[in-house]
Design a protein around this ligand. Structure first.
Ligand code: PLP
Length: 394
């Protein structure tokens, strides 16, 4: 049996080995502190769960009609985008998807041809390059600098654009970088991209999770050119702790959204109807739970930043969004006798029973990712163990 070339080219997740090992250790009864989670450690708010139960009892158990999403969910997405992001979309410009991930994949499938270039800032979320490559595109990586909190300058982007650039992927707040572009920075980058026929994928999954005096701006809100050539991606997953529900949405130019809907109708037929009713409630209902969760993440972000910088050989930029810290650990490699982030993470797991995600999975091998979507007690315990293993600064 020969598998397709498409699948053979697909990268195995570099994080898999470490997480499989952590799971095996936990099974043996070893107390592992895991910083691996990419999902909120909160329950989905009750009002959202109730909306789903009500939809089930009301018989919303058939195929969603249309498959691109029920009108109530599309209208809720339009209201959210207007209320929070100053973006005017009609329901015909929106579709409801199987999480943010399906929306991103459908967009790649709808736009990319063999040989097209996708401009991807690193560090990046793991699925972007794989999805682009599945569509035959070439990924052009542009590396962010730690001293700039990994944020790209407009000049770096201008230099990387070629006549073949079809898509620019923009993710703020960032997984794994934990940084957020300011409105001024968004506008400066959008001005560069606007000079070209490039479609921007603005992944705004973490738009509600920003900290300190950081402000968030949607890429499409940067001006009329940005609006005309941006797909805005979001989901219930991170904002409402709905990762397992698989509800996402995307808004943008109608011809692209229509093409994506056609693809969806021939592949998944969209996401579960009753979950779409729950998404409508999530977006329309009382938002106070989001602020509660944001405040707790903010507290953890500050704590983690302070503690990580006190560990010998570790330097970490301040997380201003999402729920990840992305410290540089290359100066601590020698302490553990290793030379890369996979070996470093494996040693930390073996010796301190702390699970980290190697930075190489996100394109930068001098770093590791720690999620703070875990309790303060676990965070404290995990950082105590790391400090004991590597020593403290000064
Ligand atoms: C940056 C980013 N984009 C997209 C996704 C996918 O979200 P979903 O679970 O809604 O498919 C994630 C999830 O980890 C993410 O971190």
């Amino acid at each position: 049996m020969v598998l397709s070339q498409r699948v053979q080219q697909l990268e195995e997740s570099a994080t898999l080995a470490v997480s499989a090992k952590a799971a095996a250790m936990k099974k043996q009864g070893i107390d592992v502190v895991s910083f691996g989670a990419g999902e909120p450690d909160f329950a989905t708010p009750e009002r959202i769960r109730e909306a789903c139960k009500k939809a089930l009892d009301a018989g919303y158990t058939k195929y969603a009609s249309p498959s691109s999403g029920i009108l109530a969910a599309k209208e809720a997405a339009c209201s959210k985008l207007k209320r929070e992001n100053s973006l005017e979309y009609k329901p015909s410009q929106v579709m409801i998807t199987v999480g943010g991930k399906e929306a991103l994949f459908l967009a790649c499938m709808a736009l990319l041809n063999e040989g097209d270039e996708v401009l991807l800032p690193s560090p990046y979320w793991v699925s972007y390059p794989e999805q682009a490559k599945l569509c035959g595109a070439k990924v052009v990586y542009v590396e962010g600098c730690e001293s700039m909190s990994f944020k790209l300058t407009p000049e770096q982007i201008a230099d990387a654009i070629t006549p073949k650039t079809k898509v620019f992927i923009f993710n703020s707040p960032s997984n794994p970088g934990g940084f957020t572009y300011s409105p001024e920075e968004v506008k400066a980058i959008a001005a560069v991209v606007a000079k070209h026929e490039i479609i921007t994928f603005s992944d705004e999954m973490y738009d509600r999770l920003v900290y300190g005096n950081q402000r968030f701006m949607s890429f499409a809100a940067a001006g009329p050119e940005a609006y005309a050539r941006t797909l805005t991606f979001n989901a219930g997953s991170k904002t409402y702790a709905m990762t397992g529900w698989r509800v996402g949405y995307v808004a943008g130019p109608e011809p692209i959204v229509k093409a994506m809907a056609k693809l969806q109708s021939q592949t998944t037929s969209g996401t579960a109807t009753f979950n779409q009713h729950a998404l409508a409630e999530a977006l329309n209902g009382d938002q106070s739970g989001v602020e509660m969760m944001r405040k707790e993440f903010e507290r953890r972000a500050e704590y983690m930043h302070r503690r990580l910088n006190a560990i010998k050989g570790v330097s970490c930029v301040q997380p201003t969004g999402a729920f990840y810290a992305f410290p540089n650990v290359s100066r601590a490699f020698a302490t553990l006798g290793v030379q890369d982030s996979i070996a470093f993470s494996a040693k930390v797991l073996e010796q301190a029973h702390v699970a980290l995600v190697p930075g190489v999975a996100f394109g930068l091998d001098s770093y590791v990712r720690l999620s703070f979507a875990t309790s303060m007690e676990q965070i404290k315990e995990g950082l105590d163990r790391l400090e004991k293993l590597l020593g403290s600064e000064g």
